[in-house]
Design a protein around this ligand. Sequence first.
Ligand code: FE2
Length: 305
Amino acid sequence: MAQNEILRQSPLREEPPGVFACVADGREHTLRIQACLKLPVFPAVASKLVLELNAQNVVVSRIVELIECEPRIAAQLLQVANSPLYGLARPITSIGHAVVILGFRAVSQIALTLIGARLFQDSPPKFASLSQSTYTSSLAIATLARNISKTVEWGDPDEAFLTGVLHDIGKLVLLSAHGSGYDQLLVKEDTGDITQLEREKFGLDHAGVGRLCVQHWGLPAVMSEAIAQHHRPLRQVEDMLPRVLISARRLAMRWQIGFAGTPPPPPGLQAEDSPGDAFVEELDTNELQNRCREQFVALRQACLG
Ligand SMILES: [Fe+2]
């Protein structure tokens, strides 16, 4: 039975938006409702942007208006648009100008990226450090995902970027649901398979929770499926967006971009580790590494100040 069908039939389907959960049992190919998790609410402006992006006839002026109503987001968006991430010859001076130069999809996705950052920044103070490090590594993986998408000429680089930003959002949900219990589990992330530990302790992992969040927010299914697969071994994944995301994560760790102080895992330790994968090895060039590092430094400055 398809996951969406199970969710439709779930007794929790009448719950208010933001409250539902399911868990996939991969061995038995069944889906079971296991617990109630409170998924973060996507800010209203973000939901409206998603609606505009999914509309048949996009009203570009509406997108500009929505972003301009959020001065902090608008200011940060101009910083990002003018950063080395886009490598523009002339500066972008307004949201309308950004739409003309970058296109409404790219501008909307940058705005969603910045709004997504708030979800990390608004976590409880005692988990601020963990949220910050998760967001920083997510920004790095997003930067690599965007560059890899361009390098292999697959899909929409800005969609890859937004997927990278949100790929670990499930950690925040588990953190808010389980508090210190999850905090202590994450300490073991560098030395073990975090998703297995999560499934053992909570019945579901942060990749599955992330998929629920992104589905719940109405973002494209290709993004939620990529997020669901981001800890799987690359050789088992066929679709390009999850392959881009998994490669970005592997290379960000290898190159120590956004993972400062976190030693790369020893080969063969993690379930997804597969050092000989040709897709990743072909991407491992000094040129790509230097470009991603420069873009990440500028982006971190724009997003985190
Ligand atoms: Fe993850």
